[in-house]
Design a protein around this ligand. Structure first.
Ligand SMILES: Nc1ncnc2c1ncn2[C@@H]1O[C@H](COP(=O)(O)OP(=O)(O)OP(=O)(O)O)[C@@H](O)[C@H]1O
Ligand SMILES: [Mg+2]
Length: 271
């Protein structure tokens, strides 16, 4: 299949050309091989799930996709070009944003200020130019505010915008983290277990927001998730990892019926 082909999923959704192509990725931490020769792609507009047992290498893979880890072997192709190692701000400028497995917010700061942090990659004006070109800095500030307010409305967190994040229940903290990632207006959004530790109602809300983001903004999403019901409902395609290897890749139905996947993962209970 050519990179420029579109791809129709079994449930009739058309997804676009390849955004990210991971080619023969191997990642080691000292003697530990966290990722062993894995290849797969992420296509424009799809929701791509990465699943697998604890320690399978899922978060490591997301960190390779985000540019946080540089693999010892293999190539990461992004939008048709091999991607060199990048600094975090360069990742943001390329339109990639993420949330973390363990919530990483400023607990003492308000929801609004935390979400504003997601705009840092868009703030080009430095102090000197702020002094010299007040108009430009003011315009930037207005644009940033507007983008943040749109996200706050979209994720229905208006009522808590002034609340310090430390006072919020867990499910809402996860939503604020999503808000901060969305404030950057990413074209590729990476979510590491966005629903871990949530109750059923919180999971339903989060699932709806993820689908809405994908639908309304056309954002390509790669997510790690343990809840198979959620994975089956949300994702267009699923990569399955086990002990650093890829053991399955396909539509949710294909993966669910893959004997290797059943043996390694689906047959056992997960958190
Ligand atoms: N920074 C690191 N230094 C050393 N080893 C690491 C590091 N990060 C991950 N590992 C190891 O790499 C392997 C894969 O870890 P990873 O966190 O990617 O798995 P995971 O699939 O996300 O697991 P979980 O479901 O528990 O989050 C594990 O053996 C882990 O101990
Ligand atoms: Mg993980």
């Amino acid at each position: 299949m050519l990179d420029t082909d579109t791809f129709t999923t079994p449930d009739g959704r058309t997804i676009g050309s390849t955004v990210m192509d991971l080619r023969n990725i191997t990642l080691r931490f000292g003697g530990v091989e966290a990722i062993k020769d894995i290849s797969f792609d992420i296509r424009e507009g799809e929701i791509r799930a990465i699943i697998g047992p604890n320690g399978a290498g899922k978060s490591s893979m997301l960190n390779v996709i985000s540019g946080f880890y540089v693999p010892q072997e293999g190539e990461v192709w992004f939008r048709g070009k091999p991607r060199p190692p990048m600094k975090p701000y360069e990742v943001a400028q390329q339109g990639i944003a993420r949330t973390f497995q363990n919530i990483a917010l400023f607990e003492g700061m308000s929801v609004l200020d935390n979400v504003m942090c997601g705009r840092l990659g868009h703030m080009n004006t430095n102090l000197l130019s702020q002094a010299l070109w007040w108009g430009k800095a003011a315009r930037e500030e207005t644009e940033n505010r507007a983008a943040v307010e749109r996200v706050i409305d979209f994720l229905e967190i208006q009522a808590i915008r002034k609340t310090p994040v430390g006072r919020l229940p867990y499910g809402l903290k996860k939503r604020v983290e999503l808000a901060r990632a969305l404030a950057a207006q990413p074209s590729l959004l990476l979510l590491d277990e966005p629903m871990a530790g949530m109750n059923v109602e919180e999971k339903e809300d989060m699932s709806r927001f993820i689908l809405d983001v994908n639908d309304e903004f056309g954002t390509t999403i790669a997510l790690i998730e343990h809840d198979m019901g959620v994975v089956m409902d949300l994702s267009d395609r699923v990569v399955v990892m086990d002990y650093g290897r890829k053991i399955g890749d396909g539509s949710p139905d294909e993966v669910r019926n893959n004997q290797d996947v059943i043996d390694a993962y689906l047959g056992v209970a997960h958190d």
